[in-house]
Design a protein around this ligand. Structure first.
Ligand code: FMN
Length: 156
C-alpha cells in the first residue's frame, strides 16, 4: 500500500517529527506542504494530513490544499501537535475530509512544545506552555508508531 504523509510544521518542527515517525515506521512518502505542488495523490491509497495548531486551528494552508484535492474513496487520517495536545483540534478537518468522500481511518494528537510569549498574550497559556516542554518526546513517538501500525492494519 502506498502512503503519503503531508505536514505543515511552521513553528518548531514538532509536527514534522511526528510525520517522520509515521513515514519511517511504514516506509511511506513524506512531504511538507511547502513542496506539495509536484505531488500526484492518485498514486496513494492512504494519505495523512498533519499540522501544528496555531490560534485554535490547524493551518489554513492544509484546509486550502484539501479543498483542491479529489479525495473520493481515499483512506485518510489527521494528526496534529499542539500545546495542550488534544485531538479535538483535528475534528474540523476530519469533517471536511469525510464530506469530500474520503474514508477517515483515525486521528492522532500529542503535545508540541511552545513558549507562551511567542504565541499568545493570554497568560493562562503560561502553564500549558510549561507542561508542553520536551514534547513530542519518546512516549509520543511510541504512541505515533502504534497509531500508524493500527491504521495500516485497519486497511489490509
Ligand atoms: C502562534 C501560535 C499559536 C498557538 N496556538 C495554540 C493553541 O491555540 N492551542 C494550543 O494548544 N497550542 C497552540 N500553540 C502551540 C503549538 O500548537 C505547538 O507548539 C505545536 O507543536 C507547533 O507545531 P509545529 O512546531 O509543527 O509548527 C501555538 C503556537 C504558536 C506559535
Amino acid at each position: 500500500m502506498k502512503t503519503l504523509i503531508i505536514y505543515c510544521s511552521e513553528y518548531k518542527s514538532n509536527t514534522k517529527k511526528i510525520a517522520r515517525i509515521f513515514a519511517e515506521k511504514i516506509d511511506s512518502d513524506l512531504i511538507s506542504i511547502k513542496d506539495i505542488d509536484d505531488v500526484d495523490i492518485d498514486n496513494y491509497n492512504l494519505i495523512g494530513f498533519g499540522s501544528g495548531v496555531y490560534r485554535e486551528k490547524l493551518s489554513p494552508k492544509l484546509f486550502r490544499l484539501v479543498d483542491k484535492l479529489n479525495l473520493r474513496g481515499k483512506n485518510v487520517f489527521v494528526f496534529s501537535t499542539s500545546g495542550i495536545g488534544m485531538g479535538f483540534y483535528n475534528n474540523k478537518l476530519i469533517k471536511i475530509l469525510i464530506s469530500k468522500g474520503a474514508i477517515n481511518r483515525g486521528s492522532f494528537a500529542c503535545k508540541g512544545s511552545f513558549l507562551r510569549r511567542e504565541s499568545t498574550n493570554n497568560k493562562i497559556f503560561d502553564i500549558i506552555g510549561r507542561l508542553s516542554q520536551g514534547h513530542p518526546n519518546d512516549k509520543d513517538f511510541e504512541k505515533a508508531e502504534r497509531f500508524i501500525e493500527k491504521i495500516v492494519d485497519s486497511i489490509h
